[in-house]
Design a protein around this ligand. Structure first.
Ligand code: MN
Length: 336
């Protein structure tokens, strides 16, 4: 299909992350090298952390350039959809992609794809869509065409989806993929600096404040609750993304099994929860707020006050004690 196509569009999900942008740009660099007229079309703006990626500046953003994106999609012979499993994940871009006459290929690692495509590459066991893209490129015989920029794009998704090789990476082969990408010159240090570490001054101050002043420990239930009010957010000039990663931080404490973070946004309370040892935070999110997610990473929204949300969580905690592992180490703290 690549050989038979001249104009190829690469696209991904809304609020694109490192895997979505890495996989589409990875294809883009390869296809350009193969002489194709390739373009990446994304539903909305890239986060700042991904703008360093080679080629990011050439991405067509639908919310900014609707007519241009529409023309690119209408003229495409082939559309490669990356890192999403259902049309609605493309939000307002979905009708355009779904309605296009081009042949469509899905390349994804989420469970149960529900997309009408000519070919579907769905491998939920893959660490990332980028890992799958690398394997497809190699299997297609294009390994020799992968240059430094292509390798950097692909490595970005591997690093972000595995949280820098801490989760979702039990398969030793992932490290062979990593080795190949490094051999090709992928800029690992830059990816880690930009996508794993970099944050703003206010974001670091807000997270530090949340941990030191707004973290409650429920020792008997092995849980942590962090609540941030609108006033807290304003004090640190909150911008979207500033609390990214905060909910994971309390899990580093020895003896803590789960962490819940609630934030008072303009319209609602946003709830995020993370856990270790398969403690079902998804159940807490769905039982209390009708939310959901994975066992160890879940979320929900709540229409009500921050205090109400906090009380609901605290009152419900004893119900989940039975899911705690039987042998747990002492919570590592010096005062309480
Ligand atoms: Mn992904």
């Amino acid at each position: 299909m690549i050989k038979d196509s001249r104009r190829i569009v690469l696209t991904c999900h809304v609020h694109p992350d490192g895997d979505a942008i890495g996989s589409t740009l990875g294809w883009w660099h390869l296809l350009k090298k193969l002489g194709k007229d390739a373009m990446v079309v994304v539903p909305d703006q890239l986060p700042r952390s991904l703008r360093f990626l080679p080629g990011a500046g050439e991405i067509a953003v639908y919310t900014r350039h609707d007519p241009y994106c529409t023309r690119l999609v209408d003229e495409a012979d082939l559309i490669i959809c990356c890192d999403f499993n259902t049309a609605s994940r493309q939000d307002h871009l979905a009708p355009l992609i779904q309605g296009a006459d081009a042949k469509k290929v899905l390349v994804d690692h989420h469970e149960d794809p529900d997309m009408d495509c000519d070919i579907t590459f769905s491998f939920p066991k893959m660490s990332s869509t980028c890992e799958l893209v690398f394997r497809l490129i190699a299997a297609l015989g294009y390994f020799e065409e992968v240059d430094k920029d292509c390798a950097t794009s692909i490595l970005c998704g591997l690093i972000t989806d595995t949280q820098n090789f801490t989760v979702n990476c039990p398969d030793p082969e992932i490290y062979e993929v990593l080795m190949r990408l490094l051999e090709l010159g992928a800029d690992k240090e830059k990816i880690i600096q930009e996508c794993v570490k970099a944050c703003s001054y206010e974001s670091l101050r807000l997270k530090s404040f949340a941990i030191s002043e707004k973290m409650e420990v429920f020792a008997r239930h092995r849980g942590i609750l962090i609540s941030l009010s609108k006033d807290d957010l304003e004090r640190f000039h909150y911008e979207k993304g500033d609390t990214e990663g905060l909910v994971n931080m309390p899990l580093d404490i020895r003896g803590i099994v789960f962490s819940i973070f609630i934030r008072e946004d303009a319209e609602q309370i946003k709830i995020s929860a993370r856990s270790k040892y398969d403690f079902p935070v998804s159940k807490i999110c769905s039982d209390l707020f009708g939310g959901g997610g994975h066992i160890q990473a879940a979320g929900a929204e709540f229409k009500g006050s921050l205090e109400e949300c906090r009380r609901m969580i605290i009152e419900a905690l004893p119900k989940y004690d039975s899911y705690l592992p039987s042998h747990l180490e002492r919570i590592d703290w010096r005062n309480n």
